[in-house]
Design a protein around this ligand. Sequence first.
Ligand SMILES: [Ca+2]
Length: 192
Amino acid sequence: MSTFTLMQKKSLTALMVLGITLFAVSAMADVMNGDFSNGGMDWTVLPDPGFGASFPAAGGNPDGYALLESAFQNPGGRVCILQTFICGDPDQGTECTIGFDYFLTPIDAAPGSGRLMVVIDGIVSVVADHPTQGWNFVSYVVPCGLHTLQFCLEVDPQNNAWQAGIDNVRSECTGGVPNEARHWDGIKSLYR
Ligand SMILES: [Ca+2]
């Protein structure tokens, strides 16, 4: 289960287009409440002391989002939000694309003392370890099927207050590479 390779893709709009293109063949399951329109429903919060998560109804991309925070004085550690979900049917699809929007902001912190991580089936990937501007997007490709997805804000000990935001968590199990993939550059322009 943990032997596959996580492939990080920075392709922004192309994957959104891919999702739209393949919607008809991948109607099964998905991340629940990935846009946080229902607060923290379907997400489990795992906070260390000095850390917390909340789900503001506004300020996301848009509306509700998950806000992970460390207190200024904290012993070091992390806060994670977690969800287990089924991305499509492993017999019908080859690739599950997991995408999300995020930001990472130092409130009062030493440079490099905080980082946002995504943990997919126990495999850790650092999403950001420096301040970001506005909302950013990233996606990962894993096999279709059952996955455990965590987002964690990890902060070094002592006087480091950071905030990280997560919104629009989504997954899509695709049945292979579509012909449209050859024309992503052309399609992409339609959505700009
Ligand atoms: Ca939202």
